[in-house]
Design a protein around this ligand. Structure first.
Ligand SMILES: NC(=O)c1ccc[n+]([C@@H]2O[C@H](COP(=O)([O-])OP(=O)(O)OC[C@H]3O[C@@H](n4cnc5c(N)ncnc54)[C@H](O)[C@@H]3O)[C@@H](O)[C@H]2O)c1
Length: 350
């Protein structure tokens, strides 16, 4: 019989991702309650608890000291992820940490160690795995729909985070190295790198990356000191290889597509906006699957991340995106950034 435990979650950071996903999705989950919100902007926290319930906590420490809190959603800028996760796990709370997992592998290793010592769940907010077209693509690929995998090409390109953030504009934390650590690589690259690991069931072995800052500017008109475009070449296990482009300077329609080439045909996911998945087979046959559409910055649909986090706690099992997934994805990101600096292929050390 299903365990009826209610998960009481506190949300750290009440900005865009908390408002569009974490808070409404906890509120809609019958096994969850919102215990409260913490935000350096106290008015924002107050408005959110008036909408969703719970109370305003003055600090993470105050929330962690409250035995009524079971879990913490970490929705603050990247620089805070490691320390808030470790503190929360050590206080005996389950953690759902937004991506990218942290700034460095040293931090992700400390987070994994805390998870191990504390026996609590650590899940990462890599929501692309939970999009229905991607779970269907996973099923098709693992069922051999396009044969052995040869090559992939993924894009994640939109107009930038400065209109998305709850504090929009050129002063956004997304453009500050001391808050974000990475530019588009941590923001959009993290999603597709995790996705391709999930879809192919393989780890990336080597990377060659090129980063550039083309158009994102601070308020004084100078270019930001983080990358707004990245191109990566990858070697993956089993002879598979691929290419990805991440961009904050796509001022046309958002591109969130993945194309996977196999020995029997090609799988296009969100390549054609009329169909979620199209298989183009070697014999000319085309098979289309319409399974739910992509989320874009303009079109927010339920992410499923919060349900998966709550269900994994209630059912006492590992979530679909684990701390190891966050760590391995960050290992690729960190190595790609070094590769871009040193302008050479690099092997990823996990
Ligand atoms: N999974 C996804 O698709 C997805 C999408 C967007 C953002 N994110 C991630 O979520 C995190 C938050 O991004 P966002 O878009 O919500 O940003 P945002 O700018 O909209 O919101 C950040 C919020 O955190 C608050 N804050 C900042 N520092 C704080 C601190 N030390 N303590 C408490 N509150 C603090 C700010 O006041 C703001 O309300 C980032 O790590 C980002 O990469 C993930």
């Amino acid at each position: 019989m299903k365990n009826q435990k209610i998960v009481r979650a506190v949300v750290l950071g009440g900005g865009a991702v908390a408002q569009r996903r974490h808070l409404p999705e906890y509120a809609a989950n019958p096994n969850a309650e919102i215990a409260g919100v913490i935000d350096t902007n106290q008015n924002r926290a107050q408005e959110l608890v008036e909408l969703y319930g719970g109370r305003v906590y003055a600090s993470l420490d105050e929330a962690l000291a409250d035995p009524a809190v079971d879990a913490v959603s970490i929705c603050t800028p990247n620089v805070t992820h490691a320390s808030a996760t470790i503190k929360s796990l050590k206080a005996g709370k389950h953690v759902l940490c937004e991506k990218p997992m942290a700034q460095t592998l040293e931090e992700t290793r400390a987070m994994l160690q805390a998870e191990k010592e504390c026996g609590k769940i650590l899940m990462l907010g890599h929501n692309q795995r939970l999009i229905r077209a991607h779970t269907k693509a996973h099923e098709l690929l693992h069922g051999g729909a396009i044969g052995d995998l040869l090559f992939f090409q993924c894009n994640f390109k939109h107009a930038g985070p400065e209109t998305w953030s709850a504090d929009p504009g050129a002063a956004t934390w997304f453009f500050r190295r001391d808050q974000a650590h990475f530019g588009v690589m941590g923001d959009l690259g993290a999603h597709k790198i995790d996705l391709i690991r999930y879809l192919t069931g393989s780890e990336i072995k080597n990377v060659f990356a090129s980063t550039s800052t083309l158009d994102k500017r601070y308020e004084d008109g100078s270019l930001i000191d983080l990358e707004d475009n990245v191109v990566c070449l990858f070697d993956v296990e089993n002879g598979l290889s691929g290419i990805m482009h991440f961009s904050w300077t796509n001022y046309g329609q958002e591109d969130n597509s993945s194309v996977i080439y196999g020995t029997k045909g090609v799988m296009k996911i969100f390549g054609d906006y009329a169909d979620d998945i199209v298989l183009e087979m070697r014999d000319g046959i085309q098979v289309k699957y319409t399974v739910g559409g992509i989320q874009t910055n303009q079109n927010q649909t339920k992410s499923g991340v919060i349900d998966e986090f709550v269900n994994s706690i209630v059912e006492g099992r590992a979530p679909i995106v684990t701390g190891i997934d966050g760590h391995n994805t960050l290992a690729v990101i960190e190595t790609a950034m070094k590769s871009a600096q040193e302008r050479r292929w690099m092997e990823i050390e996990y």
